[in-house]
Each structure stands twice: as structure tokens, then as C-alpha cells.
Design a protein around this ligand. Structure first.
Ligand code: GDP
Ligand code: MG
Length: 192
């Protein structure tokens, strides 16, 4: 698939504003600073569609983008940044849970983890949550340009093992050099 257009649609902070029309959605979630905004920009060939930030933990909204006027990319709030505290995690989980439950056209949740780090408890909780609601997901190992090419399969396997998923469930990605982009676009096209 070729992405020919991508535009910001809206941001939502309340349950009642969650979109519920019939456009297909793909959501992206992960720890703050994992490279989520960069991935969305890279995938859509844009520089500033999703804001990238070196100050993690500031995005607490659900951001919607329309791609090719055909489907939506949904940027879910980052999690696991200490400064946001328990209260934020509770809010995050609340809004997230509502989004996941109230979005019947959500086709896949992409759960991003940094290829250089072990997934943490919040990553595991996310997968447990998705499993319990039977929401389809794929794990994306981000920033693979930071590893030697020969180490990437091994890093992906380690992540799969830690999360208790098959290694085919983990895709490698780099927003820096575009590694994994074709594969991800192909995946989206197959679902569409
Ligand atoms: N080397 C490298 N750095 C990346 C990549 N993706 C993101 N980054 C950097 O990681 C930091 C956090 O990225 P951002 O997209 O804002 O993460 P978010 O908080 O998950 O949205 C920024 O400094 C990015 O430049 C990548 O694929 N490779
Ligand atoms: Mg971001």
C-alpha cells in the first residue's frame, strides 16, 4: 500500500468523544519515548503529523489521524513514565479501556517496545488486557537502527519470549532508516 495522504483529525480526552463511526482503525500504544510519534510520522511520510518530543509523558490524549481518506491511525497515550504517577496511570487505563471497548472497527493494536530493552510490567499488562478482550495486536520492536543488523532477529525473539508471544508476532521497525516499513504497510493493506 502507498500512503498518499495523512491528516490530523481530532484529539479526545473523554469517553463520550471517542469516535464510533464505521471507519477502520489501527491503534498504536507503548511506553513514553518508545518512538510512537516517530513511527506514525515515518509510516505516513510526514515530518510533524504526530508530535515527537524529548519530554516524555505529556501526551494524555487519544489522537486520531485519517490516512488515504480510508482508515484512521490512532495514537494512544504513552504509559509508564514515572512522573505521571499512579493517578495518571489510572486515568490512562480508564480512557484506554473505554477506547478499546468502544471501537468496533479497531482492527489491530500495535504495541511498541524498544528493541534494546526488556518489556516491562506495563507492557505485559497491556498484552494481558488485549488478550482478555480478544483484541488483535502485533508487537513492534522500535529503533532497530540502534542495533547491528545481525542482532535484530535475536532481540525480537527475546522480546517475544519475555512477553509470551510467538516470534512472528514481533515486527522490527526503524523510523530512522525505514526498516520494517514495507512489511507494516503490507500488513495494513492485508487487513484493509
Ligand atoms: N535512532 C532512533 N531514534 C528514534 C526512533 N524512533 C524514535 N526515536 C527517538 O526517540 C525519542 C522519542 O521518540 P518519540 O517518537 O517522540 O516517542 P513517543 O514518546 O513514543 O512518541 C526521540 O528523540 C526520537 O528521535 C528510531 O527508529 N531510531
Ligand atoms: Mg509521542
Amino acid at each position: 500500500m502507498k500512503i498518499t495522504s495523512a491528516r490530523y483529525l481530532t484529539s479526545v480526552v473523554e469517553e463520550k468523544k471517542i469516535l464510533d463511526d464505521d471507519m477502520v482503525e489501527f491503534a498504536f500504544v507503548g511506553r513514553s519515548n518508545v518512538g510512537k510519534s516517530s513511527l506514525i510520522n515515518s509510516l505516513t511520510n510526514q515530518k510533524n503529523l504526530a508530535k515527537t518530543s524529548s519530554t516524555p509523558g505529556l501526551t494524555k490524549m487519544i489522537n486520531y489521524f485519517v490516512v488515504n481518506e480510508l482508515f484512521r491511525i490512532v495514537d494512544l497515550p504513552g504509559y509508564g513514565y514515572a512522573k505521571t504517577g499512579h493517578k495518571h496511570i489510572a486515568n490512562w487505563a480508564g480512557l484506554m479501556e473505554k477506547y478499546l471497548i468502544k471501537s468496533p472497527n479497531l482492527k489491530t493494536v500495535f504495541v511498541l517496545v524498544d528493541c534494546r530493552h526488556k518489556p516491562n510490567e506495563l507492557d505485559k499488562m497491556m498484552l494481558e488486557f488485549l488478550n482478555s478482550y480478544q483484541i488483535p495486536y502485533i508487537v513492534i520492536a522500535t529503533k532497530v537502527d540502534k542495533l547491528a543488523k545481525s542482532k535484530v532477529p535475536q532481540a525480537c525473539s527475546a522480546i517475544a519470549k519475555e512477553l509470551g508471544v510467538r516470534k512472528e508476532m514481533v515486527m522490527a521497525y526503524s523510523s530512522e532508516n525505514g526498516c520494517g516499513k514495507e512489511k507494516l504497510l503490507q500488513y495494513l493493506e492485508n487487513i484493509l
